[in-house]
Design a protein around this ligand. Structure first.
Ligand code: NAI
Length: 302
């Protein structure tokens, strides 16, 4: 089975280097017309360069079609303009990979609120800006594939990355509502948690590990998740040739007797309330309250 993106228009944010560049190159190789967005800043988000333009040249030299965009994902008006230009030139936008990102790592004790805000602004608000800019177009076309970039930090935590982790889990949460709202319009939304050797991780990982983590290993997961037959509402981890899914799960609700519905009663049942088996994977928030009602009925039935 070969997967192509012929006649598809794709936007990849932060595609001037690292993972985004790999996604853009492979999308173009597979026939997509690609908007390569990148403001070309340094790892902490300061400065500008023509990184996006260089990737566009690479794509064109290889016979592909691409345009560059040097706007910042933090500026909604710039993202609207980017989408308008892609539509004017190529007639639509079918794929969006929200990938742009920066770091301001510090323990929470040392983190300023400016460090917090700028990281949340680029990752979470930035992804919302671009998604909002394409959303109506995707609804009208009855076709859209959107990928959010989360991180192991967002899903599981990492010392020194409170700002980044909050933004990244926010993106997984964004996916979980957007997939419901997009379903009727054939818009599929997924979350990727990559691990790759890029400038973002060059001084964080041991050298031997860094060598195994070429960003090209993440491309298969990213492109599958924005392809025609993509799943929706998936959270996928990818790095160094290893791939997995991650889930937000819940255990079976424990229904306390009326007399036990006290702080002490809750404490007395904590082991049961916090046990990790069996687990279910709700597909929407309503399924959480549904599970409580089901457990309640079961208890009442004896
Ligand atoms: P990178 O630093 O090479 O790429 C990020 C790109 O985003 C840069 O080219 C940068 O100029 C661009 N960018 C930053 N702010 C922007 C803005 N406001 N508007 C437009 N572009 C902007 O880093 P890498 O590793 O390729 O990261 C890509 C994504 O993957 C990020 O969202 C990152 O948080 C995420 N990620 C990466 C991991 C890794 O192991 N490399 C692990 C987990 C998540």
């Amino acid at each position: 089975m070969s997967i192509d993106f012929k006649d598809r228009v794709a936007i990849v944010t932060g595609a001037g280097g690292g993972l985004g560049r790999e996604y853009a190159l492979e999308l173009a190789r597979r026939g997509a017309k690609v908007v390569v967005n990148d403001l070309g800043g340094s790892r902490d988000g300061t400065g500008h360069s023509d990184a996006a333009l260089q990737v566009v040249e690479e794509i064109r030299e290889a016979g592909g079609t691409a345009m560059s965009n040097g706007g910042s994902v933090t500026e909604f008006a710039q993202m609207e303009e980017m989408v308008a230009k892609a539509k004017e030139e190529w007639g639509g936008v079918h794929v969006l990979i929200n990938n742009a990102g920066i770091l301001r790592d510090k323990s929470f004790a040392k983190m300023t609120m400016d460090d917090w805000k700028i990281v949340v602004d680029v990752h979470l608000n930035g992804s919302a800006n671009v998604t909002k800019a394409v959303w109506e177009t995707m609804r009208e076309q009855a076709y859209g594939r959107i990928l959010m970039t989360a991180s192991s930090t967002g899903l599981f935590g990492n010392f020194g990355q409170a700002n980044y982790g909050a933004a990244k889990l926010g993106l997984a949460g964004f996916t979980k509502t957007l997939y419901l709202e997009g379903a009727k319009y054939n818009i599929k939304v997924n979350t990727l948690a990559p691990v790759a050797a890029t400038r973002m991780t060059e001084d964080i990982m041991p050298e031997a590990m860094f060598k195994m983590l070429g960003p090209e290993n993440v491309v298969p997961a990213a492109l599958y998740l924005v392809s025609e037959d993509a799943p929706t509402n998936a959270i996928v981890g990818a790095g160094a040739g290893g791939y997995h899914s991650a889930f937000v799960t819940m255990n079976t609700p424990v229904i306390l007797d009326q007399d036990d519905r006290t702080v002490e009663g809750f404490a007395a049942h904590w082991d049961e309330i916090s046990k990790t088996e069996p687990m279910t994977i709700p597909n929407s928030g309503a399924e959480q309250s549904g599970a409580i009602m089901t457990a309640m009925q079961k208890k009442m039935a004896g």
